[in-house]
Ligand binder design. Sequence first.
Ligand code: ATP
Ligand code: MG
Length: 326
Amino acid sequence: MEHSRAELAVRARGVEMAFGETRALRGIDLDVPTGTVLGLLGPNGAGKTTAVRVLSTLLRPTAGEVEVAGIDVLREPAKVRERIGLIGQAAAVDEMLTGLENLTMFGRLHGMRKAAAKGRARELLTRFDLDDAADRIAKEYSGGMRRRLDIAAGIVVRPSVLFLDEPTTGLDPSSRLAVWEIVRELVADGTTVLLTTQYLDEADQLANDIVVIDHGTVIAHGTSDELKGQVGGGRVTITVEHAAQLDLLTGVVRAVAGAEPVVTAGELRVTAPFEGGARHLPELVRAIDDAGITLAGLELRPPTLDDVFVHLTGRSTEDADQEQGA
Ligand SMILES: Nc1ncnc2c1ncn2[C@@H]1O[C@H](COP(=O)(O)OP(=O)(O)OP(=O)(O)O)[C@@H](O)[C@H]1O
Ligand SMILES: [Mg+2]
């Protein structure tokens, strides 16, 4: 959908960022309509953090234009800073201060009076289920508590645009759900959110629009359904017992599915589009059996955003991790 400039909380055009030889961003366009969530998705090293740092005034891009909340980021960074919140991968809270002290300090830094800052801090601690931890130092918080405190710190002064850089990386499932709930509440309150993630399901859950970046370039954008639609029908994933049979399996799957499979050698796994659906599974199983391959597992499922990534880049997000030496 096309949006007028006034409806966009974030508008970036042709953003480039080079660190010496490294071209972290190679001309990125982004639109985030006010009141929506944009998921910026990409593997390690794709350029997500760099993009967030440019949009939130921390880095001056090598080229391009950026407007946040209708203000030019390059010309009026201070004005932009008044309207945004940023929760980075490395948190800004002080480990040796308590939760209450941290949040109060953030309010004071933003010019709130002491009583008002403390009141807001208490309100956020309650809202993020941190009342019991209010008087403990942040250093003693669990990962999930810590992340909730980070986010609270980023919204002490209510931002109109919030940048969240990998808000749930490293969290256990229940803490992830708690963060998702916080993001949903913020959006319901009218905050525009740009979040980066390596988790495709997270973008699926939270984002209205998704932009997939890889090597500093936008390789796809659309809603989750639009992106999945690009991949087509179902997906079949087959694992074998013996590594020696992986090539053979790949050949069989290629022949039956009529498409080039993606092989994840480390996990003895082959994945391929499977347009025919469940009706054609017996045919596949017979062909595998006829070839004398010992199956370890077989699964047929609708396309996921992971499939979108593989479809677009020809490799899985795990491979992308390995590429970066992560
Ligand atoms: N300050 C810097 N100096 C030099 N190179 C940098 C700097 N920051 C980022 N890079 C490089 O830019 C590229 C993009 O990095 P960036 O941190 O934006 O990726 P990312 O998508 O956030 O990855 P991750 O998922 O690991 O956080 C990488 O090749 C990285 O090494
Ligand atoms: Mg990053």
